[in-house]
Design a protein around this ligand. Structure first.
Ligand SMILES: Cc1cc2nc3c(=O)[nH]c(=O)nc-3n(C[C@H](O)[C@H](O)[C@H](O)COP(=O)(O)OP(=O)(O)OC[C@H]3O[C@@H](n4cnc5c(N)ncnc54)[C@H](O)[C@@H]3O)c2cc1C
Length: 443
């Protein structure tokens, strides 16, 4: 395995970005997809040092009236907290939660495949197909339920008026009930380290500081799996690719970027709503209308003045992340593709709005623009953390109708630009490996 950077892990790395003793997740922090992944379930990662921590609440979503909408692991607790909307929520999501173990492998696989449970997938599709904003307004009457759904749907990095944006709202909520939104003890790097340790135990070798610029560098390797996005693949292999395939890859669309902030804090974030202090993740952005307005700016060139901010606070539940009594917090917001806007002030204002006194607790901060993220990991093109826009078309034919295969014998794509797309789950590599084994006649 060749890794361009000096350290392994790509989007699952941790480092002391601010002050000594404060360990920050540079990219991924919270892992419902890893917890749902059939690939990871098949690896002995616990034996290789990976330990999951489940915060008491997967998610809280503060509102301006000092309350917070809450996604609790027990479905019934969430329904009770949603009050008037509890019944509609249960009716919609109940089956997805109960049958998560059957549903998750189907949505973590190419959607063009014949599903193992067609009725279940059709039921999910009937909920998932819609624009999140319209669906939330139709299904729910309270601001709390609408905001909670909108925050989850915004993980699609699509405008909430886009078809298919609702899918992310359902999937992340169902995963919270079924498997939680766990964080790894010690940080996301622990996932990469466990995978690397298992890989090496099987005889694999990893060379860091080894950027592959051209497939020619790999000599006559019989099987090559490329964890790169289409643009990089064309640069590496373009001279060998049929023009038609290169043009298809060049037409692949990248999505919006993100702006990231990490803080070292003297004390926990002083949320007005007490529930936020029990949650691993806090969605900061207020009402459905506000979140929708923020996400609409992604299709423009101007970043939102009041961004929707995703906050994780791992040190509340994992003391290895910061020196005694002190804390880390992780946050990002979506911005237009390759935006150069400095979002630090806007992100901190949003947190301060729901946690007055937050700024006074900041000991140090570290920020990353989309360009910084791309320097850190070449797969984050223009700051796009999902390996390409995740609209309906690109979710199905990702990146082309060949999916993992390329016209080159023995050469496969396995990045998040293949199904099922972004997040730490290993399923792009899992399906690419299966395609390769099938072509070799060994699967
Ligand atoms: C700020 C941020 C927050 C995120 N939050 C979450 C989260 O909370 N939960 C979650 O599940 N996901 C999250 N993600 C998404 C997640 O990190 C990615 O979807 C995931 O890491 C993709 O995994 P991958 O193995 O396909 O690629 P990557 O993790 O991107 O790894 C690709 C690797 O390939 C290397 N590489 C690229 N080109 C070359 C080359 N030419 N030669 C050699 N090596 C090369 C890169 O350096 C990198 O190490 C986040 C991402 C970011 C950036």
């Amino acid at each position: 395995m060749f890794e361009a950077q000096p350290t392994i892990g790509g989007g699952a790395r941790s480092a002391e970005l601010t002050l000594p003793g404060f360990v920050h997740d540079i990219c991924s922090a919270v892992h419902p997809w890893a917890a749902s992944s059939p690939a990871f379930a098949g690896f002995p990662l616990a034996q290789h040092g990976l330990e999951w921590i489940q915060p008491p609440l997967p998610l809280a979503h503060p509102l301006d009236d000092r309350s917070a909408a809450v996604l609790a692991r027990p479905l019934e607790e969430t329904c009770a907290r949603l009050g008037r909307d509890g019944a509609a929520y249960r009716r919609s999501i109940g089956t997805l939660v109960r049958r998560w173990r059957e549903l998750a492998p189907m949505i973590q696989a190419p959607l063009v495949r014949a599903p193992a449970h067609p009725w279940l997938l059709a039921r999910f599709g009937a909920l998932a197909f819609w624009p999140a904003a319209g669906l939330a307004r139709r299904l729910f009457r309270t601001e709390a339920a609408r905001a909670l759904f909108a925050g989850n749907a915004a993980h699609s990095v699509l405008p909430l008026e886009a078809l298919g944006s609702a899918a992310f709202g359902w999937v992340l909520a169902a995963a919270a009930h079924a498997v939680g939104w766990p964080i790894p003890r010690g940080g996301a790097q622990a996932i990469a380290n466990a995978l690397a340790s298992y890989f090496e135990s099987l005889g694999g070798r990893i060379a860091v500081n080894s950027r592959i610029q051209s497939l020619d560098q790999l000599g006559d390797a019989s099987l090559i799996l490329c964890d790169v996005t289409p643009r990089q693949f064309v640069a590496m292999a373009g001279h060998r690719l049929p023009d038609r395939f290169s043009r298809k890859l060049e037409a692949y669309r990248y999505g919006p970027g993100v702006f990231k902030v990490d803080w070292a804090l003297s004390a926990p974030i002083p949320w007005k709503a007490a529930d936020c202090a029990r949650a691993g993740t806090v969605h900061v952005g207020g009402s459905l209308d506000e979140i929708a307005a923020s996400e609409r700016t992604l299709a423009t060139t101007t970043a939102s003045d009041r961004p929707f901010v995703l906050v994780a606070q791992p040190s509340l539940f994992d003391s290895s992340r910061a020196p005694g009594g002190q804390h880390t917090a992780w946050a990002y917001c979506h911005v237009p593709h390759a935006s150069t806007a400095d979002m630090t002030e806007r992100i901190e204002s949003q947190v301060e709005r729901f946690a007055p006194g937050f700024r006074a607790r900041i000991l140090a901060r570290h920020t990353m623009t989309p360009a910084d993220l791309e320097r850190h990991n070449a797969n984050l093109v223009g700051g796009d953390i999902t390996g390409g826009a995740q609209d309906l078309r690109q979710l199905v034919l990702r990146p082309t109708r060949l999916l993992y295969r390329t016209p080159l014998h023995g050469v496969y794509l396995c990045s998040s630009s293949t199904p099922p797309g972004g997040a730490v789950h290993g399923m792009c590599g899992f399906h690419a490996a299966h395609a390769a084994l099938k072509d070799l006649g060994t699967a």
